[in-house]
Design a protein around this ligand. Structure first.
Ligand SMILES: [Cu+2]
Length: 283
């Protein structure tokens, strides 16, 4: 297996098809290559984790930020990895020694927007094959999520659609939310062309006045998605098999990020609450 720099959700997503309901616990051993307190994570080059994954170098989230105290590049460590349904994190991180590191420092992770920052624009295309710059949604409170139409895992992309359908209902029934728009961007733009998105949107009873589906040039979509922390890996042997995480963002009418929900544990009510709390457009 080649070394990859991916969020741990990658590993969790991989197990999505055959997951067990309870959190599982693994012991791992390795060496710290980077400590990133600002992201609550530590990059560990680890040995095989029996029954879970082969040895590789990857970032791990720590449950308690204090676990990173005093840890530094080169530390030899043992750690306890807890893998739950949508999250994985370390609950212990014990230093057993120290050794100079030969590997180069890992590259910094891609920049992910933080609250208040402007979302970078992208020239996208809607389900009617019309050019649609993302910035054209300015003036609306927005919720944006990422899916692909062939996703086979019910609690991943299809769940995002269900949640957006529920939010759409609330928006339609709530005058104070009349400006709110929903945007679903495909993470498989090469396959999910406008006609496919249009049929897909229809099956989900998306009201085009409220809920827009977007695609575009794959490189453009990819750059756009990365700013929200989206990770996508295509299996070259099987085009339907796309390993990905989930990100759902709330954006204010000025086009600035309000918040990002990771994974699939957010509820439609929470998203509605975020949208309601965001400043309404001035008119
Ligand atoms: Cu999916």
């Amino acid at each position: 297996m080649r070394l990859t720099w991916v969020p741990l959700l990658f590993a969790v997503a991989l197990t999505g098809c055959s997951r067990t309901p309870d959190a599982r616990t693994y012991e791992l051993q390795g060496q710290i290559l980077a400590v990133r307190p600002e992201r609550n994570e530590v990059v560990i080059k680890h040995e095989d984790i029996k029954g879970f994954m082969p040895g590789m170098t990857m970032p791990f989230t720590v449950k308690d930020p204090a676990l990173l105290n005093g840890r530094e590049r080169g530390d030899l460590v043992t750690a306890t990895l807890v893998v739950g349904e949508t999250q994985a994190y370390l609950t212990t991180l014990t230093r057993t020694g120290h050794q100079a590191v030969a590997d180069p420092p890992p590259p910094p992770p891609p920049d992910i927007l933080s609250a208040g920052q402007p979302v970078k624009d992208a020239p996208l295309v809607d389900q009617d094959d019309r050019p649609r710059a993302f910035s054209s949604f300015k003036g609306h409170r927005l919720a944006v999520t990422f899916i692909y139409t062939r996703c086979p895992i019910p609690n991943f992309c299809p769940l995002m659609d269900k949640h957006f359908a529920a939010v759409q209902k609330t928006i339609a029934a709530t005058p104070s939310l009349a400006d709110v728009r929903l945007v679903t961007v495909t993470l498989d733009p090469a396959f999910d062309r406008p006609a496919i998105l249009k049929a897909y949107a229809k099956r989900r009873e998306a009201d085009p006045a409220i809920w827009t589906f977007l695609t575009g040039e794959p490189a453009v979509v990819n750059t756009f998605a990365t700013q929200f922390g989206l990770y996508v890996e295509h299996n070259p042997q099987n085009p339907i098999d796309i390993t990905h995480n989930l990100r759902t963002a709330v954006i204010d009418p000025e086009g600035r990020l309000v918040t990002i929900h990771n994974g699939n544990s957010w509820t439609p009510a929470e998203l509605v609450a975020d949208l309601s709390a965001a400043p309404a457009p001035a008119n």
